[in-house]
Ligand binder design. Structure first.
Ligand code: CU
Length: 99
């Protein structure tokens, strides 16, 4: 009995925060890059609804999480991305070409 309890506790500790039922991972959203502004670290995306930001479809400017992101896409690219509020700024936290 005690061994079973330890096994369960170990499993829970292994999963840790950010996994399982309590994960708050932002969902991938479809969009199209319309403009890049590397100097400002920003990109414009025409996007589908973003449920985690309670946002409908629109074209808007996002901050890019890192500069590399702005080199990995170009205007006209169809993408899938995650957007989150980081320090009060709407930020693209992940972006990949849409297959
Ligand atoms: Cu928007």
């Amino acid at each position: 009995m005690r061994k079973a309890l330890i096994a369960i506790m170990t499993a829970v500790a292994f999963l840790g925060p950010g996994h399982g039922a309590f994960a708050q991972e932002a969902p991938l959203v479809s969009g199209e890059v319309t403009k890049l502004n590397p100097d400002a670290g920003k990109m414009t995306i025409k996007h589908d609804p973003i449920p985690n930001l309670d946002m409908g479809s629109m074209t808007m400017v996002f901050k890019a999480k890192d500069a590399e992101m702005l080199k990995s896409v170009k205007p006209g690219d169809k993408v899938r991305f995650t957007a989150e509020r980081v320090n009060g700024q709407l930020t693209v936290t992940k972006i990949e070409p849409k297959k």
